[in-house]
Design a protein around this ligand. Structure first.
Ligand code: DX5
Ligand code: ZN
Length: 218
């Protein structure tokens, strides 16, 4: 299904109220929930691990989309699959054998995602197309919410869309997605829009309709 989907990143949610924040964005139309896992090694920030993901799971009625920004992701794939991740996305720079890592995600029962940093070449992707369910085009350098969109992501999305052809692979875009660029991102060929600060800004768990307005604007 290539219709546009919004995946709010709970990296920008209230960290003391994840259950209520997830409920609020889903009630307001979120299609997936994006969980940014950072380990302080692959990226200069630390967020949450598989124990936290397992705690989020019963609150997520839609899709739990886990983005692993960690060194040695192979050590954690089984744990996140057991925590109930529907999608597990990894970066090729984070381990020596991306093909094997992607295979182990599927073996663990999740959909396999490949995340491409803004400076990562697209050349190797063609050899992985049979082993992935999603490509995450990073439109910021990973590590933090609230950064601005790198416009070079747009031709990268279009090139990947052409490369994918009619294979059932999602193109997700992650970083700096705001109402002003969402249309161009979808037109370039993406179908999953991750949005952290754009969804959660100005909101609070007491005012879920704020999230609804933000989601509707994307
Ligand atoms: C960046 C994360 C993103 C981030 C997006 O490292 O992978 O998912 O939460 O946040 P915004 O939408 O604020 O750029
Ligand atoms: Zn992410």
């Amino acid at each position: 299904d290539r219709s546009p989907k919004i995946a709010p990143s709970i990296l920008s949610a209230d960290f003391a109220n994840f259950g209520a924040e997830i409920r609020a964005v889903e009630d307001q139309g979120a299609d997936w929930v994006h969980v940014d896992v950072m380990d302080g090694h692959f990226v200069p920030n630390i967020t949450f691990g598989a124990v936290a993901a397992a705690a989020f799971r019963p609150h997520i009625r839609t899709v739990m989309d886990v983005h692993l920004m960690v060194a040695r992701p192979d050590d954690w794939i089984a744990d996140f699959a057991r925590a109930g991740a529907d999608v597990i996305t990894v970066h090729p720079e984070s381990g020596p054998h991306i093909h094997r890592t992607l295979q182990s995600i599927r073996k663990a029962g999740a959909k396999a995602g490949l995340a491409l940093n803004p400076g990562t070449g697209l050349d190797g992707v063609q050899w992985l197309l049979d082993d992935i369910d999603l490509i995450c085009v990073m439109s910021v350098n990973p590590g933090f919410g609230g950064q601005s969109f790198i416009p070079a992501a747009l031709p990268r999305i279009a090139a990947l869309r052409a490369m994918i052809g009619d294979r059932p692979i999602h193109i997700e875009v992650d970083g700096g997605v705001v109402p002003d660029n969402a249309g161009a991102i979808i037109a370039a060929g993406a179908d999953v829009l991750v949005a952290g600060s754009a969804v959660f800004k100005g909101g609070s768990t007491a005012a879920p309709e704020v999230y609804g307005r933000n989601i509707a604007a994307l």
